[in-house]
Design a protein around this ligand. Sequence first.
Ligand code: FAD
Length: 555
Amino acid sequence: MQLLSSKNRPQIIDHLQTNEFDLVVVGGGITGAGIALDAASRGLSVALVEQYDFASGTSSRSTKLIHGGLRYLKQFEISLVREVGRERAIVHRLAPHLVVAEKMLLPLIEGGSYGKWATSFGLAVYDFLADVQGDDRRVMLSREDTLEMEPLLRKDLVVGGGLYAEYRTDDARLTIEIIKTAANHQATSLNYTRAEDLLYNEEGRICGLKCKDLIADREFDIRAKYVVSAAGPWVDKVRKKDNSLKGKHLYPTKGVHIVVPHERFPIRHTVYFDVPDGRMIFAVRRHRVTYIGTTDTPYTGDLNHVVTNQEDVDYLLNGVNNMFPDVNLNTNDVESSWAGLRPLIFEEGKSASELSRKDEIFESDSGLLSIAGGKLTGYRKMAERIVNRVVKKYAKNYDRDFGPSVTEKIYLTGGSFEDSAAVQQYKARLKPRIADKGLSNYYLDYLVHNYGKQTDEILDRMEQFKDSPETALVRAEAWFTVHKELSASLRDFFLRRSGRLYFNRPSIPPTLDQILTDFKSYLGWDEQRAKKEYDQLKQELFEAAHFRYSDSEAP
Ligand code: FAD
């Protein structure tokens, strides 16, 4: 059975409810996806349920960097920096088309977060901890070199700069490729399936989930020997269902990013710069846009509906206009945005920015394992740690050994390239094909960075659609994501599979009606469902670019 086609939902559900699994995972963000892959590739039978779409929680709303977290060095989180620093290179190797090397420019300013010598030393330590080699090692720059690299920077403030190496990714695509790779190891994952309740045996041990298929509005059970909750900001809600919410708890903080056309903020590099309140934010160039983020504020609102407020936008625009005074960005320049919640663990007396990004595992009396905190970058290690716990219990209770994690050696789907040079060769081979199809070079980068080697399949699929090149491409992508990536709604496709709603918004209106028609035919939507989908996408488009002040701070 094709485990990744939305057309097969009934069969997938049948499989989920008729088998007992070794492990069931709650949550289809990067953490849950990583756990499913780690466990399935060791030989456990695995099920994963996600209440909305994969990566629809925090894992599509990050800064989209696979980074060591330079900032955490300042907080002396040495082991965290070492671990995620080293993980960067591993994740890059597993999907070099999707986790792309990116130089970061850190301008040094009079009275800024980082002094010249501290930066030079800090970046050297950062490279050392992460075992960064050769040309990727940090370079310190003079004032003149810094301004030549980034002429838009504020000339009266900049006193020098540091250039260091990180990686850029697409968090939602990374999550979906991990889900797909896990499926290649027989893990069964399903979106729009909420764990409504937990199931217990006579001894009070957790033994599965009562789930609800939110599309068909039907309940069913999944039985499993072990249950892991990787529910991100919702982790405490699942612990509450288990009556085990005591001791440490989550403290979600909100982070917002805004997107402007690159021509309105034409940086040449990703820049990590000081803002007036003493924090630092990123400006990241990505194809036709520049995105800017992030904010970091405590959050107590609705976990299921986190929006960008006008004060978030003001904060980021002020930050840019302060450091790049000739740019003069304003709200009308904002083409799109996203807002997400960091699932951080509360620590007495610390502000949002000071809270540790380390992950923690909680185990309840019933045997529920929960994992919270952490970073996108560290997903593989987080997964390894919690699956180690599961296999240890398994060995003790069932006398079966599954061995250590093997994910360091498993290429992610779409990414079996030897290295970045192989990605470049693949691009060079595709270039004439893309031109033959009547598509611009923009789509070469876009397709290869999003889909890797799966681009060939998408281009083949274009043959079926006798439309303009752009429309045929969007239709081919939509076909691919419905049949191969469990895309079940317009939002899944336009936000998380293709990233068009964030990074190529103008491409949506000309194709929307056609894509709606395609989804209707693929998934058998009636008129009522089609209208609901259309309205939800419109709402999403609206909220990404229209902002109001939060009630308490309304002007
Ligand atoms: P989530 O992605 O939220 O996944 C949890 C999932 O569980 C959700 O999809 C949710 O719907 C599902 N769920 C909850 N309850 C249930 C239920 N009952 N049944 C079924 N499913 C359920 N990290 C980096 O490494 N690099 C960065 O650049 C970076 N930038 C960031 C910027 C911001 C603004 C934020 C907020 C975070 C950033 N992070 C970054 C951190 C990183 O994004 C998170 O650590 C990571 O995405 C968390 O993933 P997760 O899977 O634990 O949570």
